[in-house]
Design a protein around this ligand. Structure first.
Ligand code: FDA
Length: 310
């Protein structure tokens, strides 16, 4: 892991820095590049624009993680229920993605499951879909266990897997018989080399191997792959794999974050490739923003430029 990435990811966990950065106007300005606003309405408005202007569906996620009480988890759940209802009323092509720590995972699996079940039941009722984000490694086992339980209740749910983790190939093989919906990403947290590939090339190659698995024969019908990456080389390689199969076993779509690699997003849409854009919104954006900076050193330069432009 590069020193810059390490420093930024350590900063993401620093409360002192978070308090100050979130009040600093130039930081708030540079965040707007990746986030259309802090409210549900801002995220819905950005979704309407993407849907009408380029026909791209979205996934919305309300920022926040590691809550201090179950009352907060209940409030997050209520927020997402309202979002599902809004999307249904407006008939928007908008899905929802949640972090289990926001639904109370740190306070016990059962409370978290109850909140998750409320969301998945509502998604079932209104024909929507709940994605479960993957957080740092200590949450992988409980997240996969809760995903398995909720998947038995409804197929309208999917989970994220991270290609930087050495365990993910085994996790994927264990999940495949359920015909799951999986969003594959590289991984955004600070993980030790015993658990995660340290070299970017290894993370990328593992991504390709894992994603290619969905195009093998024998994949159960109904399996779905969300290819969550902005890596143009990987996108092209995976499009070639998908095109080379006479019969594509798993349905798939590409998924990218709002504001990142816009030219690549436009190119895919122009070529008729299915794409969905994940939009994050909310007041608690600092750790998420630091992870976005860590993904690309040039972003730090961008922040520095906006500081000079004050
Ligand atoms: P990579 O980092 O190699 O980037 C490829 C190219 O994309 C870069 O060269 C650059 O041009 C561009 N790029 C990438 N990130 C950028 C940025 N922040 N700013 C500007 N340009 C950038 N992670 C996780 O651990 N758990 C999760 O649940 C999710 N969920 C999720 C959903 C979706 C839809 C996406 C797209 C991503 C996630 N992630 C995630 C984040 C993911 O793990 C990863 O950190 C980022 O997607 C960056 O990795 P890439 O695959 O884009 O490749």
């Amino acid at each position: 892991m590069s020193i810059m990435r390490s420093v930024l990811l350590a900063g993401a966990e620093n409360a002192w820095l978070r308090e100050r950065a979130m009040r600093t106007p130039f930081v708030r300005r540079s965040v707007s590049r990746f986030m259309p606003g802090e409210t549900m309405e801002d995220a819905l408005e950005a979704s309407r624009r993407l849907i009408t202007e380029q026909g791209t569906g979205t996934i919305l996620t309300h920022l926040g993680e590691n809550l201090s009480s179950l009352a907060e988890a209940a409030a997050v759940t209520a927020h997402y229920l309202e979002l599902l209802d809004r999307v249904h009323r407006e008939q928007l092509n908008v899905q929802v993605s949640v972090k289990l720590t926001q639904l109370g995972l740190d306070h016990g699996n059962e409370d978290c499951f109850r909140n998750l079940a409320l969301l998945v039941d509502r998604a079932d009722a209104v024909g929507n879909m709940i994605w479960i984000d993957m957080e740092s490694t200590k949450y992988v086992d409980p997240t996969l266990a809760l995903f398995r339980r909720i998947r038995e209740r409804s197929a309208r749910t999917g989970v994220c897997l991270q290609s930087y983790l050495k365990r993910t190939a085994a996790d994927l093989e264990a999940l495949l018989p359920m015909a799951p919906a999986i969003r594959l990403v590289k991984g955004a947290y600070r993980e030790p080399p015993e658990l995660a590939f340290a070299q970017k090339a290894d993370v990328d190659e593992n991504y390709f191997r894992l994603a290619s698995r969905f195009f093998d024969r024998g994949i159960p019908p109904g399996t779905f792959l969300g290819i969550g990456t902005h890596d143009a080389a990987l996108v092209d390689r995976l499009r070639a794999v998908a095109a080379s199969k006479v019969q594509t076993p798993a349905r798939h779509e590409f998924e990218m974050l709002y504001g990142i690699q816009r030219p690549l997003q436009t190119r895919l849409v122009r070529n008729g490739v299915p794409l969905r854009v994940l939009i994050s919104y909310g007041e608690f954006w600092f750790p998420w923003y630091m992870r976005r900076l860590a993904e690309r050193p040039a972003n730090v330069l961008f922040v520095a430029k906006s500081l000079l432009a004050r």
